[in-house]
Design a protein around this ligand. Structure first.
Ligand code: UDP
Length: 434
């Protein structure tokens, strides 16, 4: 076994790095795996990402970037399975992963890095079989989610909690997004301190950067052009929601707050726009039109604009066009959109949950709001209406803050976790042999 890993088997059972994020099961984890893998490869660690094939058209192997391969594993029917069905396909998936490795020389993979508990279950078996370390990233935890459910939302099942606990026990290292997540892993799942490593995720600073001044004009002109292209009025207050539409992300709190703002100040209606960029996901798929219905019930359908998910470059323009990004989430393991918007020079108003207090500097790069009372959210959002210059001032600070979160840093720290875990496994093997 190499002590400096050359090749990692990255496991992403339930969602593919090739899927469009922002709807269904594709979100921050997909972006995380793509960006991390590309930077690991650029720094000398090859990556092979295993994901479940969801169409017969998919080739078994796709090169995502130099040094990054995506392997489509057949495990169950291509269509018709939802994430909740996948525990029944883990054996088939593990079979595909083990068969792939068996086709190579011994020691092909130096480390397994699994994402989300379903992949962790497969990683547990593969790492044990190959005698390599299992590094696992939870992304979300059932116990944490269940403790912060939106009203009426469905709790995660006990089977997931059992599965997560097994993965925690089997992992050599657990990568947490933040110190808080590491503490939750210890508190709720009994993770030992020597297992835990904190690596902040990153943001693609080439894609997500502030609008640049046009050759003939100022930055403001560039933003005006972007707004015109997106069909947004030049002088509007634009309060953006971006991401998967599900009760956990609480876009309803934003809509209620907007309803209150307009009640207090009906003149605002002419210059307030609330784009919602993303598609239904999770328990939000049960009633995909729920948010549209809420907008209608609140009498704000003319202000709220629903936009299906867009690619990352297009999303960067939505961030640049926004006065502020609004994230009223009940729970968020990190919240990549908070970093992305800030990297584009846009402040973020976020719930003080999960990784968001790390991502957002309260009062400096946006605001953190405690709780989900729409009156509190309306009060904070009102500041961007009343204080000209606030969004620009915070936006400049936000871009500086986000610049510290490049994926290169995250990839280097992750490679270090791989190295350490390989070392400790080797030391343990030597100790047990003597
Ligand atoms: N996203 C996207 N297009 C969209 C909406 C979202 O590509 O229309 C991406 C966004 O860039 C971000 C991810 O989806 O990287 C959402 O990640 P986040 O951590 O905010 O939330 P998660 O989906 O993990 O809950």
């Amino acid at each position: 076994m190499a002590t400096t890993p050359n090749r990692v088997a990255m496991l992403s059972v339930h969602t593919s790095p090739l899927h469009q994020p922002g709807t269904g099961d594709a979100g921050g984890m997909n972006v995380y795996i793509v960006e991390l893998s590309k930077r690991l490869a650029a720094q000398g660690t090859e990556v092979e990402i295993f994901t479940r094939a969801t169409s017969s058209d998919l080739p078994p192997l796709v090169e995502l970037a130099p040094g990054v391969l995506v392997r489509h594993v057949t495990a169950g029917p291509y269509e018709g399975l939802v994430k909740e069905d996948l525990p029944g396909q883990l054996c088939a998936f593990a079979h595909g992963v083990l068969r792939t490795e068996a086709g190579h020389r011994r020691g092909w993979y130096d480390v397994v890095h699994s994402h989300y508990w379903l992949s962790g279950q497969v990683g547990w078996l593969a790492a044990d079989r190959w005698g390599v370390p299992l590094v696992h990233t939870m992304h979300t935890m059932a116990k944490v989610k269940n403790a912060a459910l939106a009203e009426g939302d469905c709790p995660e099942p006990a089977a997931r909690i059992i599965g997560e606990s097994q993965v925690v026990e089997a992992s050599h290292r657990l990568i947490a997004n933040t110190r808080e997540e590491a503490e939750q892993l210890a508190l709720h799942y009994g993770a030992r301190s020597e297992q835990l490593a904190v690596v902040h995720p990153g943001v693609n600073l080439e894609v997500f950067r502030p609008a640049t001044a046009t050759p003939t004009g100022a930055v403001g002109d560039a933003v005006s052009h972007i707004r015109a292209r997106l069909g947004l009025p030049r002088d509007a207050v634009v309060l953006l929601f971006a991401g998967r539409i599900q009760p956990l992300k609480a876009p309803d709190v934003l809509l209620h707050a907007v309803g209150l703002l307009l009640e207090e100040d009906p003149h605002l209606r002419d210059r307030l726009v609330v784009p919602v960029v993303g598609g239904p996901s999770g328990s939000g798929t049960a009633e995909p039109e729920a948010l549209q219905k809420l907008a209608a019930a609140l009498g704000i359908s003319d202000v709220v604009r629903f936009q299906p998910p867009v690619g990352q470059r297009e999303l960067a323009d939505w961030y640049r066009a926004a006065t502020a990004l609004v994230m009223p989430s009940h729970s968020e393991s990190f919240g990549l959109v908070a970093l992305e918007a800030q990297a584009c020079g846009t402040p973020v108003v976020a719930a003080a949950v999960g990784g968001l207090p790390v991502a957002v500097r309260d009062g400096e790069t946006g605001f953190l709001v405690r709780g989900h009372d729409p009156r509190d959210w309306a009060r904070v959002l009102r500041r961007y209406v009343d204080r000209p210059g606030l969004a620009e001032r915070q936006g400049r600070a936000a871009a500086r803050h986000a610049a510290a979160f490049g994926w290169d840093t995250a990839a280097r720290a992750t490679a270090e976790v791989y190295r350490e875990s390989a070392w400790s496994l080797q030391r343990a093997a030597v100790a047990s042999a003597s």
